[in-house]
Design a protein around this ligand. Structure first.
Ligand SMILES: [Mn+2]
Length: 306
């Protein structure tokens, strides 16, 4: 069995197929991992999702910000009362994915699949962690796994709609502040019990928001390690504003651990830290799609955007 990890596919199905063909990917033997954002902006989202679904346990895509945006639109849509407001909502969206999936007979199955995708993937034998945006500069690898699992439980629970309607926020941006306010760091039990008004539920929501932002949206952090989401500049230009790429400030990765991430096409698949691997090479922006083999991260397979 070989394990491959592909960068942000963004609905670029043809390039993904070409990459898999180029390594003679065996759907019954090999494992395909993906850095998330398997859809969003690109030409063939449905085929891409179906490919991942068809591989069953031979494929794992972690959640990216575009994947979560689609789930949020789905959540809004299904909570609208009548058909005409639902249609109007879909027609008003800039992204096409929701409308495309809703037109499928097995849409419920598709959304169940998308909701079940993990926030992180860990390969304990190889000591590799995969997330969409990277590792919070305030976290260790095991923090990411615990916090990711916490988000996953809510995504799969009947608190899904409630979480979707509260998930998109830039604050809190500091894990140390969350720790100060919520030293016990209890799990999400209260949210699952629908007790959303209590103080501990509010703290838990803050924690979940931070975790989603750290795992799917982060690029830069400030000197105090708080996360920043507005900067669109490259790493060098950002420095003059007191911002640092998260990986420069990251101290939570042990010497024998590796973190793989996508999300940041401007890096063109280059990260200066030896044990942090950037895989998004901007296929949807006319760059290329990159895939690596987890047995040898130096080997990269690429296909230029068609
Ligand atoms: Mn992304």
């Amino acid at each position: 069995m070989r394990t491959f990890c592909v960068g942000d596919v963004h609905g670029c199905y043809d390039e993904l197929k070409a990459l898999l063909d180029s390594v003679a990917f065996d759907p019954n033997e090999d494992l395909l991992l993906a850095t998330g954002d398997i859809i969003g902006r690109g030409p063939r989202p449905l085929e891409t999702i179906r490919l991942f679904m068809s591989l069953g346990k031979h494929a794992v895509a972690v959640q990216g910000n575009h994947d979560l945006s689609l789930l949020r639109n789905y959540s809004i849509w299904r909570n609208l009362r009548d058909a005409s407001s639902r249609d109007k909502f879909v027609a008003g969206l800039k992204s096409r994915e929701l409308g495309i999936i809703l037109a499928q007979d097995d849409r419920e199955e598709i959304f169940t699949y998308l909701r079940s995708n993990p926030m992180c993937y860990s390969d304990p034998a190889r000591r590799i962690l995969l997330t969409h945006a990277g590792l919070s500069p305030e976290w260790t690898v095991s923090d990411a796994l615990i916090r990711g699992a916490e988000v996953e439980r809510v995504l799969r629970s009947d608190r899904f709609d409630w979480f979707m309607s509260n998930m998109f926020a830039d604050k809190p941006d500091s894990w140390s502040k969350i720790l100060k306010a919520d030293a016990r760091l209890r799990r999400t039990d209260r949210l699952l019990k629908k007790d959303t008004a209590s103080k501990s539920a509010t703290l838990e929501l803050k924690r979940l928001i931070y975790s989603v932002n750290a795992l799917t949206r982060m690029r830069f952090c400030r000197e105090d390690l708080s996360l920043e989401f507005l900067c669109k500049d490259g790493p060098e230009a950002a420095r003059s504003q007191g911002l640092y790429p998260w990986y420069e400030k990251c101290t939570g990765i042990a010497g024998d651990e590796t973190v793989i991430f996508g999300h940041w096409a401007a890096l063109q698949g280059q990260c200066p830290r030896k044990n942090i691997i950037a895989l998004d090479t901007g296929c949807v922006w006319k760059g290329s799609l990159t895939m690596t083999n987890l047995d040898n991260l130096r080997i990269r397979h690429t296909v230029a955007a068609g």
